[in-house]
Design a protein around this ligand. Structure first.
Ligand code: GTP
Ligand code: MG
Length: 272
């Protein structure tokens, strides 16, 4: 799916928009626009979303942050839970309701278009990604990194409670992306990262499957990448949405990006 056509969705912004005073604001002053937008795609994550929001609000107390939840009409009612959280006022939350399951990468791109922060962080809603790392990702961008990756595969990082076949698939896919696209990054398949907003709203993304970071890295080979270690925790609630279809989408994405890379190299040579 090409993601630069106008997405069909409905955005609701909860009362939390005005409920929490921003850090350093005078009592009674208007909450400033968020500097960090955290985009969280959800599909059947009813039980993990409330604890994620509490941990995220606590971890980001010192930042002007908004949460953008992108729900694809989850049959378990996650969208209603998201609306209730937005109206609870615990933090600024926007909820995007799409009409059906359309994939994680396209959900992130839809969230980025609705986000108002100058920095966008992306994370899963199943508590595999610790929200306590968000300030460090944000700071890495503030210090000049183009892309800040929460990385399982740098010293200090790792994966908890994954069976060996899952570890193997992750490692093989990582090496395929590194060799196939010439990426130096140790964890190019991470689903937990931060970038400047323009990097996600510039248009032309394939938005295929799960691995949006691979596409961002391939499109921005000159970007300075900071990798920050974290331990991925396997989900305890809900079920994985990773399917053979997603693996197939990943392979298609790699081939598309590789062909695009060869094409731009060929065009560059012809011009010389
Ligand atoms: N909006 C939306 N969210 C999705 C879609 N597919 C997956 N997600 C969300 O994307 C995140 C990652 O999906 P997961 O199923 O956790 O994938 P995973 O982390 O590779 O697999 P496990 O953690 O092992 O279950 C979760 O927050 C999902 O709810 C989708 O089609 N649309
Ligand atoms: Mg997960």
């Amino acid at each position: 799916m090409k993601s630069d056509r106008a997405p069909e969705y409905q955005v609701t912004r909860g009362s939390g928009e005005t409920a929490r005073p921003a850090p350093e604001s005078e009592p009674g002053t208007r909450i400033p626009d968020p500097v960090l937008s955290v985009v969280v795609p959800t599909y059947n994550e009813r039980d993990s979303l409330p604890p994620l929001v509490s941990r995220l609000a606590e971890a980001c107390r010192a930042l002007a942050v908004e949460l953008v939840i992108v729900d694809d009409a989850s049959p378990d009612g996650t969208g209603l839970v998201a609306d209730a959280l937005a109206n609870s006022g615990s933090m600024p939350i926007a909820v995007i309701h799409r009409s059906g399951k359309a994939g994680l990468a396209s959900a992130v791109l839809a969230g980025a278009h609705a986000a108002r922060g100058m920095v966008i962080s992306v994370m899963d809603s199943d508590l595999s990604h610790p929200p306590e790392l968000l300030p460090a990702l944000f700071e890495a961008i503030q210090r000049g990194a183009g892309i800040a990756v929460a990385s399982r595969y740098v010293p200090g990082g790792g994966v908890d409670r994954w069976p060996w076949p899952r570890r193997l698939v992750s490692r093989v896919a990582t090496v395929a992306a590194q060799i196939g696209l010439g990426l130096q990054v140790r964890d190019p398949l991470s689903g937990f990262f931060a970038v400047r907003r323009e990097m996600l709203t510039e248009g032309g993304y394939q938005g295929l499957g799960y691995k949006l970071l691979v596409e961002i890295l391939a499109r921005h080979p000159q970007a300075r990448v900071a990798e920050i270690p974290y331990r991925f925790v396997d989900r305890r609630q809900g079920r994985s949405k990773l399917s053979y279809g997603e693996i197939w989408a990943f392979l298609r994405l790699l081939v598309t990006l590789k062909v695009g890379k060869l094409e731009s190299w060929r065009v560059g040579k012809l011009k010389m």
